[in-house]
Design a protein around this ligand. Structure first.
Ligand code: NAD
Length: 478
């Protein structure tokens, strides 16, 4: 098959390629873990050898610093690969499970089998990580994959396409570049699983399309992830961690702190510490953050305008600019920005910010902070900075979110042993490590019975008095 078939050629070529992938996936279903390991190892080797190319591509897309690319794109994917490679044999092994007495004499097993042909639709904000990490899980589980990266990061998307062309036949893994029109053509196909990362609005479109074929979906969506800071927190430590989690990737991180809920008593001190932490982290040379190579840019003019509009609306409604606010549209630069006294009905408190603006709201009693969170859709992540065990328990038991970090933020993403994902409005289905493998697998229940034997024979019809007594016994004791 010609390599060019992976390029965005609408219509027939997509359908043809899909058929080829279906044929391959039927062959792959019969393979053991060895063949899957080989695919993961060659992917691992490619990434290790092309670290600089990945850095360059993403720098061209939005001036993301090379070190940030290493940490949040290359390291995360390599760690996912390492974890999958070390555990794949264990994950793929049929697992014996217990059985009730009613099935005595038989054996029950769980076997993970590949779902088949999978579609991955990726966003732009971690353009390598969020395209390739799901690919790792899909390949570990034995699937063929069609991947549509984001049109907003053309350099990284081209790199991902080149990588795939070099490592795989299009009938195994293929990349289709393009915007929503290509995504919508792909969504018409009867995929065996769709893994979508993006906004809740597009998540709904994906789910609707998946419903036409009853295709299973993992939806990794966004939303407003709150941070609670109580009066027992170590404020210098808290500020540094929040400034890092919020302003890396120029605030364009799905699990970045979206807004702060701070005990009124410590608001001023926290804001002072945040100002210091922002300068220390992003203006190390003291030349102004706009001249620092340690701070990325907003992805494009549309998002630049959107974030500025949210900021202006909040300021118009009475919010106070505590630091930042400077911007340069020619470079899509917006300084790390803190605003306080933000009216709860301003637009910035309604929409996911997804940029370097951090609203600070205050509370007097923790219950107020908890109610503010519970009045909104369930967030993807929730953060609490506190030394109080009572507050930790209260927040963990009285709120619902995809993940929680206590006294840190964003780092929960880095642990492949933890499920990653949202709940309701922030998405459903989990990824990373075994959960990623599971998302791309059909968990098949198997019963192996002995020939000529079955424990349920005594309850077969005809329903004589003896059978009825056996049923009574079953209901009473088993
Ligand atoms: P998006 O929803 O606009 O786009 C995501 C993907 O969907 C892109 O590939 C795009 O081409 C495609 N798409 C866009 N419109 C479509 C349509 N009408 N039909 C079909 N496909 C369409 O999201 P984005 O702007 O790329 O990313 C930002 C969003 O993603 C934020 O909400 C953020 O919180 C979320 N996000 C979530 C996670 C997570 O792991 N939960 C990670 C990163 C980003």
């Amino acid at each position: 098959m010609p390599a060019s078939i992976t390029s965005a050629k609408p219509g027939q070529s997509i359908k043809r390629l899909f058929k080829h992938q279906q044929n391959t996936s039927r062959l792959w279903r019969q393979e053991g873990p060895q063949a899957r390991l080989k695919r993961l190892i060659k992917l691992q080797k490619w990434i290790r050898e092309h670290r600089k190319d990945i850095q360059d591509a993403i720098y061209k897309d939005f001036k993301k610093p090379a070190e940030e690319v290493d940490l949040s794109e290359v390291y995360v994917v390599l760690s996912e690969l390492k974890h999958a490679i070390s555990n794949l044999r264990k994950w793929s092994r049929p697992r014996k499970v217990e059985a009730p007495l009613a099935l005595v004499g038989s054996q029950s097993l769980i076997q993970y089998e590949p779902k088949g042909v999978c579609l991955i639709i990726a966003p732009w904000n971690f353009p390598f990580n969020l395209s390739v990490a799901p690919l790792v899980s899909a390949l570990a589980a034995g699937n063929t994959v069609i991947l549509k990266p984001s049109e907003l990061t053309p350099n990284c998307s081209q790199l991902v396409e080149n990588m795939v062309l070099e490592l795989f036949e299009p009938s195994e893994v293929a990349v289709f570049q393009g915007d929503k029109h290509i995504a919508q053509q792909l969504l018409r196909l009867p995929f065996d699983h769709i893994f979508f990362t993006g906004s809740p609005a597009v998540g709904k479109i994906v789910m609707k399309a998946a419903a036409q074929h009853l295709t299973s979906v993992t939806l990794e969506l966004g939303g407003k992830s709150p941070v609670i800071v109580d009066s027992t927190a170590d404020l210098a430590d808290t500020a540094e961690k929040i400034a890092w989690g919020k302003f890396i990737n120029c605030g364009q991180t799905c699990i970045a702190p979206d807004y702060l809920l701070v005990d009124k008593e410590v608001e001023e001190e926290l804001i002072d510490e945040l100002r210091l932490a922002i300068d220390r982290l992003f203006d190390g040379e003291g030349l102004g953050i706009e001249n620092s190579t340690d701070y990325a840019r907003i992805i494009n003019r549309e998002h630049f305008d959107r974030i500025n509009m949210l900021l202006e609306d909040a300021l118009d409604q009475g919010a106070i600019l505590e630091t930042g606010g400077l911007s340069d549209h020619t470079d899509h630069y917006l300084a790390p920005t803190l605003i306080s006294r933000v009216p709860s009905n301003s637009l910035i408190m309604e929409k996911e910010i997804f940029g370097p603006v951090l609203p600070v709201l205050t509370y007097e009693h923790l219950e107020e902070a908890i109610s503010t969170i519970n009045e909104r859709p369930k967030p993807l992540a929730l953060y609490l900075f506190s030394r109080s065990q009572v507050h930790k328990n209260a927040v963990l038991t009285q709120t619902s979110s995809g993940s929680v970090a206590i006294n840190d933020c964003v780092v929960q993403f880095m642990n492949p042993y933890l499920p990653f994902g949202g709940t309701n409005h922030s998405g459903f289905g989990k990824s990373h490590g075994f959960r990623g493998f599971q998302a791309f697998s059909n968990e098949k229940g198997i019963v192996k019975q002995k020939v000529g034997l079955t424990s349920v024979k005594p309850v077969y019809p005809p329903y004589t008095n003896l059978v009825r007594s056996a049923i009574d016994l079953l209901l009473k004791y088993f």
